[in-house]
Design a protein around this ligand. Structure first.
Ligand SMILES: Cc1ncc(COP(=O)(O)O)c(C=O)c1O
Length: 929
C-alpha cells in the first residue's frame, strides 16, 4: 500500500473539525490511530517516512488522551501503556495493542469479557482466562465515576480493592474511572454513557486540566455560576445537585472526611448515601450494586415470566393462553412458529398467581408504575394499553365537566377533539402559526394563549377556564418553551391545568437539553423556582410594576405568577411505543398535579375505568416495564445517538452536490418565524456556518426544532409528498415514513436508528436523485414544460392555510367569548332532519354571498390530519378554498358525491318564528344535553 501523507493529514483534519459529536470523534480517533499505527510499522519495515507517520500518530494520541480519561476501557493506565510503547519506539507492540483496543471498543467486547492489555500474547490469554473465572461473563457491565484528586497509583490500588469485592452472585459488573475535578466530573457524566453511579469525594478542584474544545463544549451552559467562591468542602453537594439535574437517573454517593452525620443533614436528596471516609469497601460495593438493581428491576415483566413457567390448568377464558388452542391445532401452527411459545405462555386472563390487575393494582403493576413515575419525573404514572388516543380521553374526562372552557390547539390529534365532545367542554380553538410554503402548521404562540386568557378574564369567564391543551413536540418537531407557557398562563390564572400531548416525545426526558422542554421537566423546574426566595423578589417587583397594567402591556410583558397562589398542575401523555421500546399501543399518563389527591383522584379513577379494557394486554404492559428499565439505564446514550444520527443526515444532504439539487431538510429558520427565535440561530447545520449550538437556542427561543425530526422538502423533484412516500420510498426501497405534506416528507431518527440505516437512507436518496436527473434529461420539450409547472405548483402556488373560523352563535349560548359547545353540535348531527348535504360549488356560492353554513361533522383531510372543520363551526371562504386546492386522497367527513354535511338553517336558528325552527333547535339542544 502506497503511503499518501498529504491526503492522510487532510482527512484527519476533517474527522476532527467537522463532526459535531464527541462520540464520533472518539470512534474516528481510534480508526485513525489504527490506520496510522499500521503505517508506522509499514514505514519501519519498508523504509518509509517514519517521522511523518510518527507525527500522525502523535497527533491522534494527543487528541485521544483527554477523551480516554473519561472511560474505563482502555482507561488511564491502558492509555499510558500505549503512549509508553510509542515513546519507546516499540512500533510492532504499539500497533498490536492499538488494534486490540480498537477492536474491543468497536465491538464493545470489553463490556462482556476482560480484555488484557498485556503485550505478550500468552500472558494476555492467561490474564483474560484468570479474569474470566474471577469475573464471569454475561453480566451487565457499567462504569462508576469516582471524583477525587488522586495519583494514577492510588487509582490502581482503589480499582484493585473494589475488584476484590466481586462475588459470583453479583448481578452486574463495573469498572472505575477516576476524575480529579468538578468540571471533569460534569464532562464525564455527559460524555460517558457507561456511567451509572458516581462516588463524590468531599473536596476537589474546579477546573479540568484538559483544554480540548470538543470536550469543553459538552459543559458549556451547564456550568454553575459562582463556583469559584464556594468553599472546597461544599463543592461535593453542589456537584451532586448538578449531576442530578443533568442525568437524574444516576446513583450518587458521597464519601466525606468530616462527620457524616453533619453532612447528611445538609445534603440534598440527590445522594443515595453518604459514606464516612474509607468506610468498609463492601458497603460501597453493595450499595452501588443495590442501587443499580433498583433501576434494573422490572416487577411486572418478572412476574409475568415467572407465571409463564408455572404449570397451570386453564379452566377459564382465553384458549390461546399457554398456546393450548394453537398447539393442538392442525391449521394454525405457523403462529407459534413465528412468535415463539414464550408469548403464549405469558398469555393469561388471570390476575392472580403473582400477577396483578391494571384496574386495581396492588402488586407488581403498582410497583412497576411507581418506577415509571420515578423514571419520567412524575408524581403518578398510569399505564394505558390502547395508545395515547385513549390516554388523552382519560385525562380530559377526568379533568373536565360539561361547560368548562378548554383552550385547545386546533391541530392536535383527533383524540382531543373527540375528548372535548365526550366531556362536554366548551372549546376555544387556538391557531398555530401557519407555514404556508410547506402546507403545515407550526405551534401556538404564547401571545395568542395570553390574549384569549386576558379576554376571558375581562369577560368574567376566567373561572370557567380549566385546561390548556397543547401538543409538544408537534408532529413536525416544533417544541414549545413549556416552562414559559405555563409560567405566563399561571400569572393570569394560577390554578390552570395543562395537558401536554407528548405522544412523540417520550424519549425527551432522558436528555438534559430536551428535558427542560417537557411537561414533567418544566413542572419540576417551576416547583423549584416557586420555592426560591430570589424568585419571590422577582414576583414582587413584577406585581408592583404591572399592578395597573392594561391587557396590551401584559401581552408584551413576560408575566410572573404569584408563587403563593400558583399551583403546578401538569398532565402528560406519552405514546411510549412511538419513540421508546414498547409494543404498539403501549402508552403512559404522567401526572404532576399538586391538587391531584384533593381534586382529581376520584374523577381520574372513574375516567380510567371508563376507557380501560377489563382485559388489558399483558405483553404491552410487560413491554412498558422493560422499556422503562431501558431508558433509566441507557436512555441518555440512546437519545444522544438519535440526535447524532439526525445531525449526520442533515450534514450529508446539505453538502452533497446532487442531493442538494432536489432536496433540503427544513431548517429552524424555515420552520420558525424570526420573532420566535431571539437566538438568531437559523439552522443546526449549514454548509457555510457549519454547526450551530443546539443547546443555545433551546435555552432562549420560544420555539425550537427537535433535530431528530427531519422534514425533507422535495418540491424541486416535481413529485408530491404522498407519491414520493408511496411510490419511491416505500414501494421501491422499503423505507417507511409516516407523515407527508404536499411538498415534504418527514423522516425521524429514533433510539433504534443505526449509523448504517442512516447511510442506507442517504444511498437511496442519491439513487432517487440520479433517477430524477435521468428522467429530466430524457424529457421532451412538452414534458419539460409540464414538469416545470408541477415544480412550480409544489413550490410556489400553495393554498394558504386557513385559521379556525368560529363556532356558530347557536353553539355559543350567547357568550361574547369564542368558546363553543361541540358536543351539542356533534349529537345534533345524529338527527338527519337537522342536517343536509351541500355540494362544493353550491356551498362556495352561498358562502361568497354572505350566507352562514355550519358544519355538522369533523372534516379531516389526511394529510395534514387535523380537522379543518369541527361540528358547529361556521364554514369560511378560506376553508373552502383550502379544501378545493388540496390534492389529498383522503378527506374524512367529506363525501365528494354529496358534498358537506351541514346543519339546516332551521336547526341552528335560535328564534325562528315560523317553520318550527326554534322548536327543532330546542328539541335538538335538549337531546344533546
Ligand atoms: C400528537 C398525537 N397524539 C396522540 C396520538 C395517538 O397516539 P396513539 O397512536 O398512541 O393512540 C398521535 C398519533 O399519531 C399523535 O400524533
Amino acid at each position: 500500500m502506497k503511503h499518501k501523507p498529504k491526503a492522510a493529514l487532510e482527512q484527519r483534519e476533517i474527522a476532527i473539525n467537522l463532526y459535531r459529536s464527541v462520540w464520533e470523534v472518539r470512534n474516528d480517533g481510534w480508526t485513525h490511530l489504527s490506520d496510522n499505527a499500521a503505517r508506522l510499522v509499514e514505514a519501519e519495515e519498508r523504509g518509509g517516512d517514519i517521522e511523518l507517520a510518527r507525527s500522525l500518530v502523535a497527533e491522534t494520541l494527543d487528541l485521544l488522551e483527554p477523551i480516554e480519561s473519561y472511560w474505563a476501557f482502555p482507561g488511564r493506565s491502558g492509555f499510558l501503556r500505549l503512549s509508553g510503547l510509542f515513546q519507546d519506539r516499540e512500533y510492532a507492540g504499539f500497533n498490536d495493542l492499538v488494534h486490540r483496543i480498537s477492536r474491543a471498543l468497536s465491538s464493545q467486547s470489553y463490556r462482556k469479557s476482560f480484555v488484557s492489555l498485556h503485550l505478550d500474547e500468552k500472558a494476555a490469554v492467561e490474564e483474560e482466562e484468570r479474569r474470566e473465572s474471577e469475573v464471569r461473563t454475561h453480566r451487565p457491565y457499567f462504569e462508576v465515576l469516582v471524583v477525587d484528586e488522586i495519583s494514577a497509583q492510588e487509582e490502581d490500588v482503589m480499582r484493585e480493592r473494589l475488584r476484590a469485592m466481586r462475588r459470583d452472585e453479583d448481578k452486574f459488573i463495573y469498572e472505575l474511572i477516576v476524575v480529579p475535578s468538578f468540571e471533569d466530573a460534569l464532562i464525564a457524566v455527559l460524555f460517558n454513557f457507561n456511567i451509572q453511579a458516581v462516588v463524590i469525594r468531599y473536596g476537589f478542584p474546579l477546573k479540568s486540566r484538559y483544554k480540548l474544545d470538543i470536550l469543553r463544549k459538552l459543559v458549556e451552559g451547564y456550568e454553575s455560576e459562582g463556583l469559584e467562591v464556594l468553599p472546597e468542602s461544599e463543592r461535593g453537594c453542589l456537584l451532586g445537585t448538578k449531576i442530578a439535574q443533568l442525568r437524574p437517573e444516576l446513583d450518587l454517593f458521597m464519601v466525606t472526611d468530616v462527620s457524616a452525620e453533619d453532612i447528611a443533614g445538609k445534603l440534598c436528596e440527590s445522594f443515595q448515601r453518604v459514606f464516612y471516609r474509607d468506610e468498609d469497601d463492601h458497603e460501597k460495593h453493595f450499595s452501588i450494586l443495590r442501587a443499580l438493581e433498583d433501576r434494573y428491576q422490572t416487577p411486572f415483566f418478572t412476574a409475568l415470566r415467572e407465571y409463564s413457567q408455572q404449570p397451570t390448568g386453564v379452566f377459564h377464558a382465553l384458549p390461546i393462553s399457554r398456546g393450548k388452542s394453537i398447539l393442538q391445532s392442525h391449521w394454525i401452527q405457523d403462529m407459534v412458529q413465528f412468535y415463539g411459545l414464550g408469548v403464549f405462555l405469558a398469555e393469561t386472563s388471570a390476575t392472580s398467581g403473582g400477577l396483578d390487575s391494571l384496574l386495581e393494582p396492588t402488586g407488581p403493576l403498582k410497583l412497576a408504575q411507581e418506577l415509571a413515575a420515578r423514571a419520567f419525573g412524575a408524581k403518578r404514572t398510569f399505564w394505558v394499553t390502547n395508545g395515547t388516543s385513549t390516554a388523552n380521553k382519560i385525562v380530559v374526562q377526568a379533568l373536565i365537566q360539561p361547560g368548562d372552557i378548554v383552550l385547545l390547539d386546533r391541530n392536535c390529534h383527533k383524540s382531543h377533539h373527540y375528548g372535548m365532545v365526550l366531556s362536554g367542554a366548551h372549546v376555544i380553538y387556538l391557531d398555530a402559526y401557519p407555514l404556508n410554503d410547506y402546507s403545515m402548521y407550526g405551534a401556538v404562540p404564547i401571545r395568542a394563549i395570553k390574549h384569549h386568557l386576558l379576554d376571558l378574564k375581562r369577560a368574567g369567564q376566567l373561572e370557567r377556564v380549566k385546561l390548556v391543551l397543547l401538543t409538544n413536540c408537534t408532529f413536525d418537531g416544533i417544541v414549545y418553551d413549556v416552562e414559559r407557557v405555563m409560567e405566563e398562563c399561571l400569572a393570569i390564572k394560577p390554578d390552570l391545568i395543562f395537558l401536554w400531548d407528548e405522544a412523540w416525545f417520550a424519549f425527551a426526558g432522558f436528555h438534559p437539553t430536551y428535558r427542560r422542554r417537557t411537561g414533567m421537566g418544566a413542572a419540576h423546574r417551576l416547583r423549584e423556582r416557586f420555592r426560591d426566595p430570589e424568585y419571590r423578589k422577582r414576583y414582587e417587583a413584577f406585581a408592583k410594576e404591572y399592578a395597573d397594567a392594561d391587557d396590551a402591556r401584559l401581552l408584551d410583558a413576560r408575566l410572573v405568577p404569584d408563587p403563593d397562589r400558583a399551583r403546578i398542575r401538569v398532565y402528560v401523555t406519552h405514546s411510549t411505543h412511538k419513540t421508546l421500546t414498547a409494543l404498539r399501543q403501549g402508552s403512559m399518563i404522567h401526572v404532576y398535579d399538586q391538587d391531584f389527591k384533593q381534586k382529581v383522584e376520584e374523577a381520574f379513577h372513574e375516567a380510567y375505568m371508563t376507557h380501560t379494557s377489563t382485559s388489558p394486554n399483558y405483553q404491552i404492559l410487560a413491554s412498558l416495564d422493560v422499556g422503562r428499565r431501558q431508558v433509566e439505564l441507557e436512555g441518555y446514550e440512546l437519545v444522544q445517538k438519535q440526535v447524532d444520527h439526525a445531525m449526520a443526515l442533515r450534514e450529508s444532504i446539505a453538502t452533497h452536490a446532487l442531493l442538494k439539487k432536489y432536496f433540503h431538510f427544513l431548517t429552524t429558520g424555515d420552520l420558525i418565524p424570526k420573532e420566535y427565535r431571539p437566538s438568531g440561530i437559523e439552522a443546526y447545520f449549514d454548509s457555510e456556518q457549519r454547526w450551530a449550538r443546539m443547546e443555545e437556542c433551546w435555552q432562549t427561543d420560544e420555539f425550537v426544532v427537535d433535530p431528530t425530526r427531519l422534514t425533507l422538502a422535495i418540491g424541486p423533484t416535481g413529485i408530491d409528498g404522498d407519491t414520493f412516500k408511496h411510490d419511491y420510498l416505500m414501494e421501491k426501497y422499503g423505507i417507511q415514513i409516516n407523515k407527508t405534506s404536499r411538498n415534504t416528507v418527514l423522516f425521524m431518527t429514533n433510539i433504534g436508528t443505526t449509523r448504517s440505516s442512516v447511510a442506507y437512507l442517504i444511498e437511496i436518496l442519491v439513487k432517487i436523485a440520479q433517477e430524477l436527473d435521468e428522467r429530466n434529461e430524457d424529457m421532451s420539450p412538452q414534458e419539460t414544460r409540464l414538469h416545470q409547472l408541477k415544480v412550480e405548483g409544489l413550490t410556489k402556488r400553495l393554498p394558504a392555510l386557513p385559521d379556525f373560523s368560529h363556532f356558530h352563535h347557536f353553539f355559543r349560548a350567547g357568550s361574547t367569548t369564542p368558546e363553543g359547545d361541540m358536543r351539542k353540535a356533534y349529537f345534533m348531527a345524529y338527527d338527519d332532519s337537522l342536517c343536509r348535504y351541500i355540494a362544493m360549488p353550491e356551498l362556495q356560492r352561498r358562502v361568497a354571498a354572505g350566507e352562514e353554513a355550519v358544519s355538522a361533522m369533523f372534516v379531516i383531510p389526511y394529510p395534514p390530519g387535523f380537522p379543518i372543520l369541527v361540528p358547529g363551526q361556521v364554514i369560511s371562504r378560506e376553508i373552502l378554498a383550502f379544501i378545493e386546492a388540496l390534492d389529498t386522497r383522503e378527506i374524512h367527513g367529506y363525501r365528494p358525491e354529496l358534498g358537506f354535511r351541514v346543519f339546516t338553517d332551521a336547526a341552528v336558528a335560535e328564534t325562528a318564528p315560523e317553520a318550527g325552527g326554534a322548536t327543532i333547535s330546542r328539541i335538538a339542544a335538549a337531546r344533546a344535553q
